[in-house]
Design a protein around this ligand. Structure first.
Ligand SMILES: O=C[C@H](O)COP(=O)(O)O
Ligand SMILES: CC(=O)C(=O)O
Length: 207
């Protein structure tokens, strides 16, 4: 099983994907893989999400598939049953993190403040999602907290682009960044898997 720290090393960018159509799941995953990406976070924001995770886990095992936008304790078991290999939460409550930890899967708890990061660390979580990254202070914020909290490592997500990713990836406490720009809604709706591959390929040299 991949550790949380290893999850951040799989690719410089962790694609955060919203799938409206389960038929898109495997083509999107294959396009990301062809573009050099090794990980995908499928957000539980659509009715197609769990079935999409299931299909990717079965058909594209080279890509490490995880469930994102896990916001309620009952989502944790659903994510496991679908075949998720990791879990991401946009924020952290005790009940949610208890349920997610109980799955035994590696997970990235979402935090946006120093206090939340310290609470997560008290629970033994030192690899975290920083969300919403740009709105919560961006790369400057993460740079500032490295001094007092050098043991924490982050996957910032939220408002990051191919242009701003490098600023984050240059920080010692950032392993990868998350972003939806590799899988834009209109590109998926058009079934333009070549474009997904190109957007993915453009990120593999960022780190
Ligand atoms: O909710 C936002 C996603 O987790 C990241 O999306 P974004 O890269 O479009 O900001
Ligand atoms: C922010 C994020 O990655 C999530 O929705 O879980």
């Amino acid at each position: 099983m991949t550790t949380p720290a290893e999850l951040l090393e799989l690719s410089p960018v962790m694609p955060v994907v919203v799938l409206d159509d389960v038929a898109h799941a495997v083509p999107v995953a294959e396009a990301l893989l062809r573009g050099g990406i090794r990980v995908i976070e499928v957000t539980l924001r659509t009715p197609a999400a769990l079935a999409s995770i299931e299909r990717i886990a079965t058909a594209v095992p080279e890509l490490v598939v995880g469930a994102g936008t896990v916001t309620a304790p009952e989502h944790a078991k659903q994510a496991v049953d679908a075949g998720s290999r990791f879990i991401v939460t946009p924020g952290s409550t005790d009940a949610l993190l208890d349920a997610v930890a109980a799955t035994g899967l590696p997970f990235l708890p979402g935090v946006s403040t120093v206090g939340e990061a310290m609470r997560a660390a008290e629970r033994g979580c030192s690899v975290l999602k920083f969300f919403p990254a740009e709105a919560a202070g961006g790369a400057a914020y993460l740079k500032s907290i490295y001094g007092p909290l050098p043991g924490l490592r982050f996957c910032p997500t939220g408002g990051i682009t191919v242009s701003s990713a490098a600023d984050y990836l240059a920080l010692p406490n950032v392993g990868c960044v998350g972003g939806s720009w590799l899988t834009p809604k209109d590109v998926l709706a058009a079934g333009d898997w070549q474009r997904v591959e190109e957007l993915a390929a453009a990120t593999t040299t960022l780190r």
